[in-house]
Design a protein around this ligand. Structure first.
Ligand code: ADP
Ligand code: MG
Ligand code: MG
Length: 879
């Protein structure tokens, strides 16, 4: 397919071509189209990258030629020659994914520098120092990114030279120094490559394009994609762009700006810049830049032009923009624009303000909210009345409170954080290579870098508190200590970060529950007005039910009753029930448990009065109530050895016999759910009575009660449901008759076994509602044990892209999802108005919610804290 088109020149693209040109390529093309100054460029498509990946790194036919032709056109348009000895063309080779992944992939600047062009550049701009600075930057970046020369090799040479010259900053090195540095850098490169270093810019360009392709698959990009659910199959585009120079002296600068504050959403310009520098210095957090406002005095014209452009692009995209710019000798160029990453609070405020400003509609505002991000709003905050003095002050790079033990490298953060230990990652600067540590940490503290560095951008997107550029903190990575003034903090000691204020505290501060703000309340009401799906919560006690209601739950979709049996005060009675030798003995034991369950239900029903509550009858296997087989055997052996008291021994032996009898090799597929209730009908009888007594008690006390929905678990056969329904209805009617009362109630079932979905039409004859238990349905349909899989092959499946997502996190639409769709369809064939819902992890997952909406479920049920997420996701599913 040599005639496939892999290249688009700057003027051939626009914003709609993001999939092909990547976000960056489409963004610069769009800016060019609307008259914003951007350097001339061309883009290699994502398709070229994908084809290369799929072909073991071989370029597709025609790509090399098309790049050469596009380069010739660029040379023609700019009147310059790549690597030329007169008016040389320098370019950057930039990664550019469809969904932005700040700093995760590679970019090479100043390509085209060579022995010939360095002199030409120096002459053209009458600036020798600048030309040699570009050259040494190029060798360093190209060597690291393209040829894999270790970064420290160049850094050591650079700091060695600075030391020899007695200077502190790179900017203090003279042209002669830099010239010397270039020859040592060349040597370093050559040494590492065994003399294979190429100095031909055209060859370098091809190798750089290839390196950017490869960087799509580097470990940090993988980690970032997994954390953000970006498919690995998309590939990156590559942008080849003429260099503009922010490092040409004091009338040149580079920086990053946001059209609104990405932490809070406030409508105020937000940005940073550095005079006489290249963009990488700001975004990589190498130097701590200055606040944008200060640019007004230094470069007033360019500043005004930048502000106008920011407003122009925000109006054009109707969303907050994150932009990169460079000023070369007073002339402004924009290098990137994208919808800015923001915290959840900022997302809500920006969307709400844009509606007030008449720029977007309410529906568009809802589409701007990432539901998955909203749990950030529910993180605890620092108690403002703490009265402590901070030990250090940095930039408030990402808001929120982080309390944790100090760690000094990303691997340790990932290891300890992965075990659930709260850690704060403390780094001199964070690089994108730290991404796995950032994900695992509570917060991030850096000594260097600004609020627009990639690290800060990523932290805000994930809602991780971050204090950046904290001057005066000293990190000793070898001794593993952090020194602030005379306070020395060792690894593991606890500190607190206040990311909203940029403050660091040398101890754990008290946290308080978060406040839901007005923007949230306003937008979630819009969401409620739009969505079709109901949103309920999974809650088993008064506190959770209360929380769920506060967060907007419209009822309980799953109230588990296991813990009502497991609590310490009930276990003796439960064991008595299990060990009972006749139904009468069993009923007697259950009679002891009934009042305790009733009290539990009363609590939940009080919290939920006026709303429906689905109570699932007992589900787990009986052996869970008994001691472990191995432990009990050992106990008996020990008692025998110790010649223990005869009664004690007899009891232990009886228990062991019972444990053996109930022991199952595969308890997850064993005597669970309604199977247990089929063996011991006294259990559902007792539970139904406790539910009805509680509902009546709450009605009497509170004047209203809940909509009682009794749910039978783990049904596979319609006979099971028929029998269980009869038992429940008989118990309920008996209770009501004795009390001389009436009460509406329904009896339904969980659909959580493939067979139940297949025969849903027959099951529906005995059910008033279906609730899809997609956790067990996933387990039984795919045949993966939920409890074991995450420790084993499932994790590698996701790593190796055998599976794109963990099916327990987000529903497997193609497989398990089809069982849900079929269950709804067949159930409704029998009962057109059959109420259907879903409970389990998937009920709070935005992508799964979109699917559940599409198959016509009536509601989703999720954990209380995910209720707000589900309300937004359900609205987005409709829009
Ligand atoms: P990333 O995705 O890591 O931000 P970029 O491709 O945006 O990588 O480039 C990194 C830095 O280099 C940015 O600050 C950008 O502004 C700067 N840069 C990229 N291309 C050019 C160019 N043609 N001229 C000047 N600076 C550039
Ligand atoms: Mg960038
Ligand atoms: Mg289940």
């Amino acid at each position: 397919m040599s005639d496939e088109r892999f290249i688009y020149d700057l003027s051939d693209g626009d914003a709609s071509m993001k999939t092909l040109l990547g976000g960056k390529g489409a963004g610069v093309a769009e800016m060019h189209k609307v008259g914003v100054p951007v350097p001339d460029a061309f883009t290699v498509t994502t398709t070229a990258c994908v084809e290369t990946m799929n072909n073991n790194g071989e370029w597709p036919a025609g790509l090399a030629d098309q790049i050469a032709e596009a380069l010739a056109r660029l040379e023609e348009r700019t009147g310059r020659i790549l690597g030329g000895s007169e008016k040389p063309l320098l370019v950057s080779v930039r990664s550019g994914a469809v969904f932005s992944m700040p700093g995760m992939m590679d970019t090479i600047l100043n390509l085209g520098m060579s022995d010939a062009s360095v002199e030409a550049l120096a002459t053209e701009f009458n600036n020798e120092r600048f030309a040699w600075d570009c050259y040494r930057r190029f060798i360093q970046m190209y060597g690291e990114v393209v040829e894999g020369v270790p970064a420290h090799a160049y850094e050591d040479a650079l700091s060695g030279l600075k030391h020899a010259r007695g200077v502190e900053n790179d900017t203090d090195l003279t042209a002669a120094d830099l010239k010397e540095l270039v020859s040592s850098f060349k040597e370093i490169s050559n040494d590492h490559l065994g003399g294979e270093w190429t100095s031909d810019p055209r060859e370098q360009l091809n190798r750089a394009v290839n390196a950017v392709f490869r960087s799509w698959q580097n470990p940090r990009a993988e980690v970032y994609r997994r954390a953000n659910n970006i498919p690995a199959s998309l590939g990156t585009a590559v942008n080849i762009m003429q260099m503009v120079f922010g490092n040409r002296g004091d009338t040149s600068a580079t920086g990053v700006c946001f059209t609104r504050n990405p932490s809070t959403g406030e409508r105020a310009l937000y940005g940073e810049f550095l005079v006489n520098a290249q963009g990488e210095d700001v975004v990589a957090g190498i130097r701590t830049p200055r606040p944008l406002e200060e640019m007004q005095e230094i470069l007033p014209e360019a500043y005004q032009q930048l502000v106008d452009t920011m407003h122009k692009m925000e109006n054009h995209y109707k969303d907050m923009q994150d932009m990169e710019f460079t000023i070369e000798d007073g002339h402004l160029f924009l290098l990137q624009t994208r919808n800015g990453k923001r915290t959840a609070a900022a997302a809500l405020k920006v969307a709400s303000d844009l509606v007030d400003e008449g720029i977007i509609s309410k529906e568009e505002a809802l589409l701007r909210i990432e539901p998955g991000q909203l749990d950030q709003l529910l993180h605890p905050a620092i108690d403002p009345a703490h009265g402590r003095t901070p030990i250090a002050q940095g930039l408030p790079a990402s808001p929120g409170a982080a309390v944790g033990g100090v760690v000094f490298d990303a691997d340790t953060a990932a290891e300890r954080g992965g075990k659930g230990e709260p850690v704060v990652l403390v780094r001199f600067e964070t690089t994108p290579d730290d991404i796995h540590g950032v994900i695992a940490a509570q917060g991030i503290l850096t000594a260097h870098g600004g609020m627009t560095s990639h690290a800060a951008v990523v932290a805000r997107g994930m809602g991780k508190p971050c204090v950046a550029g904290a001057a005066g903190i000293r990190i000793d990575p070898v001794a593993r200590t952090l020194t602030i003034g005379d306070r020395v903090i060792a690894e593991g000691e606890t500190i607190t970060l206040d990311g909203s204020e940029g403050k660091v505290y040398g101890e754990a501060l008290e946290l308080i529950p978060p406040q839901i703000n007005d923007d949230f309340t306003r937008l979630v009401e819009w969401a409620d007005g739009v969505r079709r799906l109901g949103v309920r919560a999974n809650a088993d006690n008064f506190d959770d039910a209360t929380k769920a209601r506060e967060l907007g739950a419209e009822g309980i979709g799953l109230c588990r009753t296991e813990h009502m049996f497991m609590a310490a005060d009930r276990l003796p009675a439960v064991r008595k029930m299990i060990l009972a030798e006749s139904p009468d003995q069993r009923s007697a034991a259950l009679a002891e448990i009934l009042p305790m369950q009733q009290v539990d239900f009363e609590g939940i029903f009080t919290a939920m009065k006026g709303l429906p509550v689905t109570v699932r009858l007992l589900d787990p296997p009986l052996h869970e109530f008994l001691p472990n087989l191995v432990e009990q055997s050992l106990l008996v052996q020990r008692l025998e050895f110790e010649r223990a008291d005869a009664d004690v021994l007899a009891e232990a032996r009886q228990t062991l016999a019972q444990v053996k009898k109930l022991h199952e090799l595969n308890p997850m597929l064993g005597t669970r759910g309604c199977r247990l209730a089929m063996l011991y009908p006294e259990i559902p009888d007792m539970q139904a009575r406790a539910i009805i007594r509680a509902a009546l008690a709450v009605l009497d006390r509170e004047g209203e009660t809940v909509g009682v929905e009794i749910m039978i678990p783990l049904v596979a056969l319609s006979q099971e449901l028929e029998t269980q329904r009869d038992i429940v209805v008989a118990a309920v009617e008996d209770e009501l008759a004795r009390a001389g009362r009436t009460l509406d109630y329904t009896v339904g079932t969980m659909i959580e076994l493939p067979r139940a979905a297949l025969i849903a039409d027959r099951i529906a004859e005995h059910a008033d509602f279906f609730s899809f238990g997609t956790n067990d349905l996933t387990q039984t349909a795919i045949g993966i044990s939920r409890d074991d899989a995450e420790n084993g092959f499932l994790t590698s499946y996701v790593m190796d892209h055998v599976l794109e997502r963990n099916p327990f996190e987000s529903i497997d639409v193609d497989g398990v999802g089809q069982l849900v769709a079929m269950g709804v369809e067949r159930g409704r064939a029998t009962k057109p108005k059959l109420k259907t819902g879903v409970c389990g992890e998937h009920g709070g997952d935005p992508d799964s919610i979109t699917f559940f909406n599409s198959v016509g479920l009536d509601y989703v049920s999720c954990s209380p804290f995910r209720v707000p997420i589900a309300r937004f996701a359900a609205a987005k599913a409709v829009l």
